[in-house]
Structures are given as structure tokens and as C-alpha cells.
Design a protein around this ligand. Sequence first.
Ligand code: AMP
Length: 400
Amino acid sequence: MPAFKTLDDLTDIAGKRVLVRVDLNVPVADGKVTDKTRIERVAPTILELSKKGAKVILLAHFGRPKDGPSADLSLSQILSAVNEVLGQKILFATDCIGPDAEQAVSAMKNGEILLLENTRFHKAEEKNDAAFTEALARNGDLFVNDAFSAAHRAHSSTEGLAHHLPAYAGRTMQEELEALEKGLGNPSRPVVAIVGGAKVSSKIDLLQNLVKKVDALVIGGGMANTFIAAQGIDVGKSLCEHDLAETAKAIMTEAKASNCTIVLPVDGVIAREFKAGAANEVVAIDAIPADAMVLDVGPKSIEAVNEWISKASTLVWNGPLGAFEISPFDAATVAAAKHAAAETKAGKLTSVAGGGDTVAALNHAGVADDFSYVSTAGGAFLEWMEGKELPGVSVLSKTA
Ligand code: AMP
């Protein structure tokens, strides 16, 4: 893994102004934070710096502002949730640069925590604009990035600042990078990947990268139908991207060349309606009736997936094996998730999962806490699985 500095390298920081990029893009309904997970994830970094006597200045974006500041995208609405999680009252400035921010920072005492207003209220943030980055940097002596989830974007507060100030990875960023390194960077073999979800079209880069890196690639969910149909099998009314048959074939060919075994479903659970409790039956994958759709992989396929999980030393997982939101089509996802969790708990498996609906699927199976690491990063996690360079991460190692 490329070297990067962490909070362990920050010893004598009492009185230092530390700009900390965090992910506070939490869901809000009726002015109330409905899920505090993201705040909880960055709390250790914030509290550690505060305890060391630093002046902790938080930078974060919130939503996608179009035309500058707006009350509904102000970070002021999440202040009380942040106070609650941190167990102390934090300060707030109504802008992230300029006189408001500068005055608030200069009034800070050692150990205090200040949240600056939504960085995306300035268009320059997303352009990684040099003057804006300099204006941000004026309020800090050091820069800590604890927002892996925003690291796939080269913005002023995620990438630019690392060129202006000594830059460090926060605890959450560090934990995420270490987990990802164990997943695909330098994994213990055999490595098995499970990729499910709705469509091949949104995961072509990911599949192409994985076949080069893993020993076996389990393909489930709606996207498996595209691979099955590409082999000339009728998938009836199943979700299927027939126009991607050639892409699916090319991925199979690439897998063969890279010694990666592709594991496709051999049976499926079919229904005629996409709804919970719909009448269903198990059929062999080459016996799907023309008026039915596959909504989950079948029991024989689950057995095969679980055998691969048992053989694996490392598992990387993105996307559900079936339409897990509607029972009973959650069976395969739940069974495989439980098996992976048990293998992990037994010390036989390193399991890394993330992206899109995967966290929801693992929570639904009740095993998210039993995986080695579950990333809530979404887009950044997917780009990592695609083998892309994440600018917010690479700048930490380039400037280390
Ligand atoms: P993604 O966001 O690409 O990971 O896709 C997740 C979605 O794929 C979930 O909402 C699942 O319900 C859906 N899904 C998984 N398997 C199937 C299937 N066989 N048919 C239709 N939708 C599916």
C-alpha cells in the first residue's frame, strides 16, 4: 500500500489549527438527522485531535447545492446531531472561507471544534480552484482527510488542500484503506468476489477489473441474467440487458485468460410478479418459462456460492444476489451473507463489502457487524473496486 501519514504522526499539535475533511452528508428529514452513522464514523478522529489540544476545524459538503447558499442545504441543521454524537457542543461558522470563517477560527481555544458551512456553497470547491483552496488553507496549519467516501473526487477540500498543508489520513480513512488493501491490494488467496445487483451496465469496469484480480467471480442478481442470456439461454421476462451480450462474453473470455473462474447460477427462483410473497418456484437455469422472471438464485446455486466462500481466504462483495428487498427473494443473499459472516467469525475469512445496496442487504441479513469491513462509501468504494485511482487517497501518499 502506498505510504501515507496518519494521526500517529501528529504528536505535538496543541494549539495547531487542523482542517479536517469529514463526511457529514447524512440523511435529514423534517430538519432532523435520520441516520447518524456517518457522524459516528468520523467522531474518533475529531475527538482524538481535540483531546490532543488541536483546534479542530471541520470541512464538509452537504447535498448538491446548485446556486450558492441555501437554508435547506446548510450544515447548521445537523449541529445538534453532531453535538450529541461527540458529547460536546461544537462551534459553527456561516461560511467556510472569508471573514466569517477567519474570525471564528481566530477565536478558537485549544481543543475546541468548529464546523464550517457547506464547502459546496462555493462552486470553486468542485473545480478544485487554486484561489479557493488557498482561502481554505489560510485557516489551517495541518490537513487531515477522514472522508474516504469523497476521495474519488478531486475537489479543493478533498485533494487540493493536501498540496498546501502537511496532509494526514484520519482514523476512518486509515481503517478503510487498510481494509481495502486486505481486500484487493495485497489479499490473502484464494480471493473470491461476489458481484450482484440489477445491471451489468453500471458495473462493466468493476467486472473487468475483478476478473484480472480474483480467483473466482460469483455473478448473481439481475446481472447474472445478462450473462446467462449471452450463452443462448432464454431468461423469459427476467431483468436482462440483451444489448450487452458481447460485453458479457468479453468478460468471460478475459476471465479465462486470467485464470478466474466465473460462477453463474445453475438454478433460479422464478415468479410472475415483482412483489413480496409472489407465488414462486425453483427451476433449472435453462428451464425458465417465457412468462416468468428470475428474482433470486436457487438453492443449488447458493450451495455453490457457499462452497466458494468456504474455499476463500478473502471475500470482496458488492451487490445482492437477488431482489432482497422483497421476501422470499432475499434467501440467497441472506444465506451467503450469513455463511461469510460465520467464516469471518471463525477466523477463516477476511470479508470486505460495500457499495450501493450491499450495506442494506447485509444489514437485512443481520450480519454487517460480523464482516471484517463494511464500507459505507458508495461511489468511492465502487471506483476502488474498478481499480481506479482515487485522487483524495493518492495525494496523501504523494505528499507523505
Ligand atoms: P445495484 O444497485 O446495482 O447493486 O442493484 C441492487 C438492486 O438489484 C436491488 O434493488 C435488487 O432488488 C435488484 N436485483 C437483484 N437481483 C435482481 C433480480 N434477479 N431481478 C431484479 N432485480 C434484482
